[in-house]
Design a protein around this ligand. Structure first.
Ligand code: ADP
Ligand code: MG
Length: 843
C-alpha cells in the first residue's frame, strides 16, 4: 500500500481513482493529454511503444502519456491485447485549485462503442454464462450495434463452441466453479469477470423472454453493462431468444477446418466468406457472417430465405439498389453512438445522409414488382421528420468536436444567427454606432475605440467635452491628457455581446446539438428496425448476385435423408483454379470409403460436400447444377492438416478427440466426414481403429459418413456391409508421371500412388527407381500376408456384424466421459484400448 500523503494532491486524487479501477489502465486526463502512472505507465509504454518518463509528484513517479485527440489508436491497441481502460476526465472547469476528475467510461474488449476501433463487418460480442437445470444459458450482446441474444440448453462443449464461433471478446461468469470455461478463457486471454446481480429492471429489453430463469440470466449481462460501462445503453434491443435445437450443430473444428470465415494461414482468399460476401453495408456484412456460422434446421425458414434470393435476383433493379446501399452508413453503430452519447455532429450528418437515401431505396425496390420484395419494402419507413430536422440543422461539414461550434446551419436558430452576425459584423456595427453618435451629439471628431482594460469606449477630445450633454447618457470612464473616454449602456451591452458572441455561440450550438441528439434518440428503435431490414435486403441481394455470377442453384430440401448433387463444385477451390465437378449421391445411412492417390482430391471432395451442406442450411444457393439435400442436425469432421502440435496435443490425440466427439454426439441425421483417420499411429492400430469406427457408425449411429483412407484393406468392408460403398478418385498413370483427373467414381482405387506423386515432386531418379523395386517386393510379400491382417474379421458372429469383443471395446470407448478426462487419463484409456485390440489380434 502506498502512503498516499507523501504525494501531491493531484497524485492523491489519481491514487484514489486507481483504487477503484485496480484491474484497469487508468487514462488520467491532464489538459490535452491522458497520462498513465506507476505500473500502468510501465505496461502501457511497452504495449504502446511510447516513451516512459517521470513525474515529480511528491515522489518520483513513472509516467507516460498520449494526446487525447489521438487516443483511439492507443485504446484499440490496448483493448486488442485484452486490457481494460478507465477514462478519467476532468469534470469541473479548470480554475483555482485542483480540478475534479472522475471515471466517465470503462472500455474493455467487449465494451467498445467508438467507431474506428471495431472492424465494421464483425460483431463485437460480450457474453455471460449461467448454469441452469437445463444446461448453460449464454447471453451475449454487441453494445456498439445494440444486438442482444440469448441461447439456452447448451452443454459444456457446445458452450465452448459458441464462445469460439461468436468470437466472444469478454465473458461475465456467475460461477467460479466452471473451471473448464475459466481455463479456456484464461488460455485464450479472454477477459473474464465474476458478476452475479440478476435483478430484472428495464422490462422492455426482456420482453421476448419467457421464464424468470432466462430473464435473470440476461439481466446479469445487462446489469453488468449498465453498471460498468457507465454509458447510457438505451439502444440495446430486446433479447432475441435463440434455441440450440434450431441450429445445425457446427462445432468450431468444422468451422475452422472448412475455413468458412477465417483462414488458418491468414489468407483471406481461402475463406468462403471472402468469396460470398458481396454485401454493401456493414450491417449486411455482419448478418452474413453471423448466419454463416449459425446454419439452421428449419426447412420453412430456409425455403423462405431461398424465396427471397429468387425474388431479389432480377438484374436491373438489383444494380440500382446496390448503388444506393453503397452510400448507406452503418445505422446500427451510428444509433449506438448517438444513444450512448459517444457521438459528434458528423454522426447526425451521416444519419441524415442515410435517411435521405431511403425514398430512393424504396423507389428502386418497388421496381422489382415482387410481393416478397414489397413485404420488406413496406417495413421501411422514411423517418421524414427526423430527416428534415437534421437537414435543417446540421452543417455539411461539421467538425469532430462538439464544443467548438461549426455544427449548426445558419437559419436554424434565431439567437445563434444573431450571435454569429454580431461576431462577424461587430466592426460594421461599431462603425455605424460611431456615425450615429456623431450625428446625435453633433460632435464631429467623436471616436469609438477599444482597449483591453476598459473595453469599448467613446472618446471625445478636450475641446469638445463641453458639448457633452447629460441627455446623451454618457458615463465617464477615463481621463487622458487630451481627451475623455465614456461609455453608454448600449455600448456596454454590445461589448459583452461582441466579446462573448463566439463563446456564447459555441455553447448554444452545443445545447442545440444536445437537443438534436435527444430528438434522434426518440427514434432509436425504429432506426434499428430500419437497419435490420436494410441488412436483410443487402444480404439477399448479395446471395442473389453470388448465385448468378458463380452459377449456384437453389437446393431442394427433403426429409428422407437422400443426397443427390449433380456437378458439385468446391466454392473456394473453384475460384483459384479450374475445378472438375463431381456428383454426390448418397442413401440414408450410407458410408463412402474414399480411396485414391495422394493429391487426387479426396479431402477436397469431402470438404466440398460439407460446404454445400452448410451453405444450403445457411439459406444460400449452392455450387452445383442440381442439389437435393436432407437437413442435417450436425456435421462432424476430422479433416487432415490441423496438426495441433502448437496446442500441446499430439496429432493422434487430436484425431481421437475429434473422432470421439463425432462418435458420441452424432445421430442418424448427422453427417460425419473422416479424412484419413488413424494415420497418426502404427498401421495395424490405425487400421483396426478405422474399421471399428466405420462399423460403429454403420450399425449403431446410422449416420451418413464419408471416410477417406490410404488403408486399402478397408475397401473390403463393402462386401460385408450393404451400405458401405467404395469410391475412388481417378488418376491415370502415364509412363513416368501421374495425371490426376479429380473425378470421383464408384469402386475402390487399385493401389496407392505415393511413388508417382514423389516423382511429380521431382525426387531424384535413383530414389524413385529404387522405391519402385522395393514396392514390387513388398506387394508380393503382403499378398502372401494379406489374409492375416484382419484375423479378427473371421471371428464375426452371424447374429452380430460387429464381433462381441470388439463391441465391448467400442462400448468402453462410448462410455468414456471426455469432459471429465485429463489428457493423461485419456492417453491411459487409449493405451488400454490399444492393448485390448492387440489382444484381440493375438487370439
Ligand atoms: P487428397 O486429399 O486426395 O490428397 P486434395 O483434396 O488435398 O487431395 O487435393 C489435392 C489438390 O488437387 C488440391 O490442390 C486441390 O485444389 C486439387 N483438387 C482436388 N480436387 C479437385 C477438383 N475436383 N478439381 C480441380 N482440382 C482439384
Ligand atoms: Mg487429403
Amino acid at each position: 500500500m502506498k502512503d498516499i500523503t507523501k504525494f501531491t494532491p493531484m497524485m492523491q486524487q489519481y491514487l484514489k481513482i486507481k483504487e477503484d479501477y485496480a484491474d484497469a489502465i487508468v487514462f488520467f486526463r491532464l489538459g490535452d493529454f491522458y497520462e498513465m502512472f506507476f505500473d500502468d505507465a510501465i505496461t502501457a509504454s511497452k504495449v504502446l511503444e511510447i516513451a516512459l518518463t517521470k513525474k515529480e509528484a511528491g515522489q518520483t513517479v513513472p509516467m507516460c502519456g498520449i494526446p487525447y485527440h489521438a487516443a483511439k489508436i492507443y485504446i484499440q491497441k490496448l483493448i486488442t491485447k485484452g486490457f481494460k481502460i478507465a477514462i478519467a476526465e476532468q469534470t469541473t472547469p479548470p480554475g483555482k485549485g485542483l480540478v475534479e476528475r472522475e471515471v466517465v467510461q470503462l472500455i474493455t474488449p467487449g465494451m467498445i462503442i467508438d467507431d474506428g476501433i471495431l472492424p465494421s463487418n464483425e460483431f463485437n460480442f460480450i457474453g455471460s454464462v449461467v448454469l441452469s437445470e437445463y444446461g448453460y444459458i449464454l447471453s451475449y450482446a454487441d453494445i456498439s450495434t445494440g444486438d442482444t441474444f440469448i441461447l439456452d440448453g447448451l452443454n459444456k462443449s457446445s458452450l465452448i463452441d459458441e464462445v469460439k464461433n461468436l468470437k466472444l471478446k469478454e465473458m461475465i461468469l456467475s460461477n467460479k466453479s466452471d473451471t473448464f470455461l475459466i481455463d479456456y478463457l484464461n488460455n485464450n486471454q479472454i477477459l473474464m469477470t465474476i458478476y452475479t446481480i440478476n435483478e430484472v429492471k428495464n422490462h422492455l429489453i426482456y420482453k421476448n423472454l419467457k421464464t424468470k430463469e432466462i430473464k435473470e440470466a440476461a439481466a446479469i449481462l445487462v446489469n453488468y453493462l449498465n453498471e460498468e460501462s457507465k454509458l447510457e445503453l438505451n439502444h440495446l434491443m430486446p433479447f432475441n431468444h435463440v434455441k440450440v435445437e434450431s441450429f445445425m450443430r457446427l462445432d468450431h473444428q468444422v468451422l475452422e477446418h472448412l475455413e468458412l470465415t477465417e483462414s488458418f494461414t491468414n489468407q483471406i482468399k481461402s475463406t468462403l466468406l471472402y468469396w460470398i460476401d458481396k454485401t454493401h453495408t456493414a450491417m449486411g456484412s455482419r448478418l452474413l457472417r453471423y448466419q454463416l456460422t449459425h446454419p439452421l434446421k428449419s426447412v420453412e425458414t430456409l425455403e423462405k430465405r431461398y424465396d427471397f434470393i429468387e425474388a431479389f435476383s432480377l438484374h436491373e433493379p438489383r444494380t440500382k439498389v446496390e448503388e444506393i446501399l453503397n452510400d448507406i452508413y452503418d445505422i446500427n453503430r451510428l444509433v449506438g453512438r448517438i444513444s450512448s452519447n459517444q457521438t459528434h455532429a458528423r454522426d447526425l450528418l451521416q444519419l441524415k445522409n442515410t435517411l435521405g437515401l431511403i425514398p430512393k431505396l424504396k423507389q428502386a425496390l418497388s421496381m422489382y414488382q415482387n410481393k416478397l420484395v414489397d413485404s420488406l419494402n413496406n417495413e421501411i419507413h422514411l423517418h421524414e421528420e427526423l430527416y428534415e430536422l437534421l437537414d435543417r440543422s446540421i452543417t455539411d461539414e461539421p467538425p469532430l468536436t462538439i464544443k467548438e461550434g461549426g455544427m449548426i446551419k445558419d437559419g436554424y436558430n434565431k439567437e445563434l444567427d444573431e450571435l454569429r452576425s454580431i461576431a462577424k459584423n461587430g466592426d460594421l456595427w461599431l462603425e455605424k454606432f460611431e456615425n450615429e453618435e456623431k450625428e446625435r451629439t453633433g460632435i464631429k471628431n467623436l471616436k469609438v475605440g477599444y482597449n483591453r482594460v476598459f473595453g469599448y469606449f467613446i472618446e471625445i477630445s478636450k475641446g469638445n467635452i463641453q458639448f457633452v450633454d447629460e441627455s446623451f447618457g454618457y458615463i465617464r470612464k477615463q481621463t487622458l491628457a487630451n481627451s475623455e473616454r465614456y461609455i453608454t449602456e448600449t455600448l456596454k451591452e454590445t461589448e459583452s455581446k461582441l466579446l462573448h458572441a463566439k463563446e456564447k455561440g459555441d455553447n448554444l450550438e452545443y445545447e442545440i446539438f444536445q437537443s438534436l441528439k435527444e430528438e434522434t434518440k426518440k427514434h432509436v428503435h425504429t432506426l434499428q428496425f430500419l437497419s435490420q431490414t436494410i441488412a436483410q435486403i443487402d444480404l439477399y441481394i448479395s446471395h442473389a448476385k453470388v448465385a448468378e455470377i458463380y452459377k449456384y442453384v437453389r437446393p431442394k430440401l427433403n426429409n428422407t435423408r437422400f443426397v443427390d448433387i449433380e456437378s458439385a463444385r468446391h466454392p473456394v477451390v473453384e475460384q483459384h483454379s479450374e475445378f472438375i465437378s463431381n456428383h454426390i449421391t448418397m442413401k440414408p445411412n450410407q458410408i463412402f470409403i474414399l480411396t485414391g492417390p495422394n493429391m487426387s482430391g479426396k479431402s477436397t471432395y469431402m470438404r466440398m460436400f460439407a460446404m454445400i451442406v452448410i451453405m444450403a442450411q445457411t439459406g444460400m444457393f449452392v455450387p452445383a447444377s442440381r442439389a437435393v439435400l436432407p437437413i442435417y442436425d450436425a456435421i462432424f469432421t476430422r479433416i487432415g492438416s490441423s496438426d495441433d502440435i502448437a496446442g500441446g496435443k499430439s496429432t493422434f490425440m487430436v484425431e481421437m478427440v475429434e473422432a470421439n466427439e463425432a462418435l458420441t454426439k452424432a445421430t442418424e441425421n448427422s453427417l460425419i466426414l473422416f479424412d484419413e483417420i488413424g494415420r497418426g499411429t502404427a498401421t495395424y492400430d490405425g487400421l483396426a481403429l478405422a474399421q471399428a469406427m466405420i462399423e460403429y457408425v454403420h450399425t449403431n449411429i446410422k449416420a451418413q459418413m464419408m471416410f477417406s483412407t490410404h488403408y486399402h484393406e478397408l475397401t473390403k468392408l463393402q462386401k460385408q456391409f450393404e451400405l458401405v460403398t467404395n469410391l475412388h478418385v481417378k488418376a491415370i498413370e502415364q509412363k513416368d508421371h501421374m495425371v490426376f483427373l479429380h473425378q470421383v467414381e464408384l469402386g475402390a482405387s487399385d493401389k496407392s500412388y505415393g511413388i508417382q506423386v514423389a516423382a511429380l515432386a521431382h525426387l531424384p531418379e535413383t530414389i524413385i527407381k529404387r522405391a519402385k523395386t522395393l514396392l514390387r517386393k513388398l506387394e508380393k510379400e503382403s499378398s502372401q500376408l494379406d489374409h492375416n491382417i484382419f484375423m479378427f474379421e473371421e471371428k464375426i458372429e452371424l447374429d452380430s456384424i460387429i464381433p462381441k469383443d470388439v463391441q465391448l471395446i467400442l462400448d468402453q470407448i462410448n462410455h468414456i466421459n471426455i469432459d471429465h478426462l485429463t489428457p493423461v487419463e485419456a492417453l491411459i484409456q487409449l493405451k488400454y484400448i490399444q492393448n485390448a485390440l492387440k489382444d484381440l489380434k493375438k487370439d
